[in-house]
Design a protein around this ligand. Sequence first.
Ligand code: ZN
Length: 493
Amino acid sequence: MKILKSVKRAIQQSKVFRYRTYKKISGVGHRQATDRIVFTTMISLLTIGAVAIFYTGEDKKLSNTELKEQTVIDSSIQEEVHEEFGDDPVIEEAPSPSLADLENKVILKEAVLKTFVLKSGETFSSFLKKSEITPELHAQITETLSSLININTLEQGTLLLTFMDNNNGFLGLAIPSQGEEVVAVIKEEEGSLIPFTHIGQVEIKQERIRGKIDRTFQGSASKAGVPQSVITQITNALSGEFDFRSNMRRGDVFDIIYTKKVTPNGIELDIDKELVFVGLQNGKKTVYRYLYKNEKGISAYYNPRGERGEQTIAPKPVKAIPRLSSKYGWRRHPVLMYRSFHSGADLACPKGTPVYAGADGVITQIGRKGAYGKYIRIKHAGGFETAYGHMSGFKKGLKRGSRVKRGEVIAYVGATGRATGPHLHYEVWKNGKTQNPLQKHVIKGEQLTGFEMDQFKAMAESIHPDYQEHRFGKNPPIPPKKPFNLNTKKEKK
Ligand SMILES: [Zn+2]
């Protein structure tokens, strides 16, 4: 409201007035001054009343400038009066802590911020049980929060931030993503809990980190500040075309952009960090990859010309060095003792060894399947499928239709079904026929065209300032005279 604004401005201006008036009045006797003050107060109160009545009735008739002047005079008198009644002791109330105070404590390392994401089926009370907040406070927190929002309608994916002091004592709880506000429960100094709202939101910000490789890519990137989860996304995105252990050399350059979530007061949350660009200059070879979500909603990394990198299906998708206990092909069956065709490779490793997806794809089967025991089957592009048998268990949250990326853990080695010991029975299929998993199988990358390509270019340009250079080399044609023909130029190697 305009009136509120002008009053605020008037109060600020009146601070300049105050000093002058104070000086003037101090020349007069105390009694006289008091009289004068009582008089001015009455007059000013009357004026304010009159002005208020006038405004509520005929708001529109007054021009803004008139309004401002009027309020300035009134508040200056008010200030002056207030100043002179100095006998009443002013009770200084300690300001309640705010969300910003809690965030500052985190920056000063006087508090710890933890982030939770509400998963499917979880409620506010199941979150409380999972959190470190002492059970004695649960009811009070729930009650306080309920004065702000309906806690029964919190959706899957809701962010919950807890602030604990260094002795694990509760300081506050904040829930962003409630419209434009962050709602919170904050503990006051003397222990009571107060509801609190803060205009502002958790924002997604881009972070760019560049550096040189000293010894290993992982080590150098980590030293430069790239979060571990982002490093894993990079190695997964480029696995099958880049060997990070033996290919990278000292002096090679990396350029990494990822998105992160940041609180209204600038604290980086330790969740949802997503790699959106990676550039690696490896000797003479340069690789650039941009994250793009296609029209079907599938995210993948593309080179600057809108081609997805080729992907080699992992020959041994276990997080261990397995022993090949049975090859693909004809053999005498170890349990049934007759000649049979072994449709996969048996990779023996300790029970519980993580098994990962051999390539990007969609889970088409997950569950028990006869002699295979606990079994997963994944469909990939290019007519490929992979299957994993004898698992001891599946990665939580996976189901039929889940999308998985190459390198993502999907299950754990076991001996379920017909198995003599813990191993992964691994199958690779092409167009409905089993293949030898230990041979090289390459899934060709898809090329974006038409509208998707335009979308991709716009997105890539918004992510990286040098996109044009990545696409065309050092001297990008500005502007290209004819539509760029993708078949005539090759990516810079
Ligand atoms: Zn087998």
